[in-house]
Design a binder for this molecule. Sequence first.
Ligand code: NAG
Ligand code: NAG
Length: 146
Amino acid sequence: MALTLALTLLALVLAGAAQGKEVTKFCKCTCGQNATIIELTRFALTHLPHASEPIDVDTLMPNVCMNCTRLLCGTAEPQLCDGAAVDEEIVPLCFQRDSLQDEVIVCGFLALVVGLLAWTAVRSHVKPVAERLWAQYGYAAVASTD
Ligand SMILES: *[C@@H]1O[C@H](CO)[C@@H](O)[C@H](O)[C@H]1NC(C)=O
Ligand SMILES: *[C@@H]1O[C@H](CO)[C@@H](O)[C@H](O)[C@H]1NC(C)=O
């Protein structure tokens, strides 16, 4: 009963987490020893500290990873290849990270569910033992007092 409930809860939480996840995408630009990470959000792209020219966020692709290019890296961080060997070139890499808040919530639920399962398992093992002990010694103790 408690086990079924816990498993149902687990399934619901995982389904919900997979569905409503807000992900932020990032573009990592590497050039030799230098690397920089650009957050691919409208706000971050219009507030780049070193951009050589403003980035037109209205031209971003729906899949913003498509805009994680050498061109974007070069505009956002013009000095990226400074001091690097002449044959070094910019290598862009798009990646995403789940929001931390989501992870905390999901981990919290998982901990709760695992705790519930553990408690159920322990209880179902402890209860018969406790009952047997009670049957053996408890009744005897009660019986011996009267
Ligand atoms: C994003 O990519 C599209 C297609 O390659 C391009 O037309 C557009 O200018 C890019 N936008 C930015 C801000 O780099
Ligand atoms: C890249 O590295 C060189 C020296 O190694 C440095 O002068 C330059 O400022 C760096 N660029 C960035 C964007 O960190």
